[in-house]
Design a protein around this ligand. Structure first.
Ligand code: CO8
Length: 261
């Protein structure tokens, strides 16, 4: 099957894992309208393909993405931005994807780049990663979730300092603050992200989707309501063959063969 080709992305199939590389090296992967549209299309294609179980989103060694494309935005009016609904399609594709998306970040993840990484389910950081919301330096503000997500990830004090000053944080600080799940050597980043994705891809896809939905619920609701949803979904997992297979395999001391049923 020939994969569609993109101008701003390189998309590779690694078994059940789709690897999407942002590919605008001349602009440190700055997010322009074309890239965001292609990203929405690539994520939607992976979502629709039953053989795909997990996605990895990465950039280059130098930059995951250095933000929204400033040169493309600079002369836009309020009416232009509002009418084009800039960034909404790209962001929605990531936010609404039911399959897990891992952000593998090396180099700069700034502005919209940091926001894009935070939209993913978790972030693996190279030791070279640098995160920031420098929009304040341009006389604007984050516009695809930075003020909301960074604050939830790292707490008000650190988020507020970064947002108000534009200060970047390095990988060590990002790990300490809970922004990234862990740090890996830059030259092993994609290999490690693919290994983690392969591990997820080997689980029951139904259970993976439910677990993702449940962890996301923690951001949207109260503790009591979230725990109640978790209990119901936990019970409902017993309707799947994969639950029988997973538990039988444990008892029989063998590897489970999940079917997604
Ligand atoms: N947009 C466009 N071009 C960019 C961007 C960008 N965000 N970042 C880098 N580039 C370009 C540079 O202009 C340069 O191009 P050229 O060679 O033609 O001059 C090339 O990439 C290489 O960059 P530098 O020479 O600047 O590389 P350095 O290593 O010296 O510096 C930095 C790297 C520190 C990352 C620097 O490039 C930088 O500060 N970039 C801008 C970072 C930034 O401000 N990001 C926030 C952008 S605003 C945003 O993301 C808002 C998101 C929400 C929008 C929501 C709308 C609804």
């Amino acid at each position: 099957m020939s994969a569609p080709s993109y101008e701003t992305l390189i998309v590779e199939a690694h078994g059940p894992v789709t690897l999407i590389r942002l590919n605008r090296p001349q602009a440190l992967n700055a997010l322009n309208a074309a890239l965001l549209d292609e990203l929405a299309a690539a994520v939607a294609a992976a979502e629709a393909d039953e053989a795909v179980r997990c996605l990895v989103l990465t950039g280059s060694e130098r930059a995951f993405a250095a933000g929204a494309d400033i040169k493309e935005m600079a002369d836009k009016s309020y009416a232009d931005m509002f009418a084009a609904d800039t960034f909404t399609r790209g962001a929605r594709a990531i936010e609404q994807c039911r399959k897990p998306i891992i952000a593998a970040v090396a180099g700069f993840a700034l502005g919209g780049g940091c926001e894009l990484a935070m939209m993913c389910d978790f972030i693996l950081a190279a030791d070279t990663a640098r995160f920031g919301q420098p929009e304040i330096n341009l006389g604007v503000a984050p516009g695809i979730g930075g003020t909301q997500r960074l604050t939830r990830f790292v707490g008000k004090s650190k988020a507020m300092e970064m947002i108000l000053t534009g200060r970047m944080m390095d990988a060590e600080e990002a790990e300490r603050a809970g922004l990234v799940s862990r740090i890996v050597a830059a030259d092993k980043l994609v290999e490690e992200a693919l290994a983690v994705a392969a591990k997820i891809a080997g689980q029951s896809p139904l259970a993976v989707m439910m677990n993702k939905e449940l962890a996301e619920t923690a951001y949207e609701t109260t503790l009591a309501a979230g725990v109640a949803v978790e209990r119901r979904l936990f019970h409902s997992l017993f309707a799947f063959e994969d639950q029988k297979e997973g538990m039988a395999a444990f008892v029989e001391k063998r590897k489970p063969a999940f079917k997604g049923r």
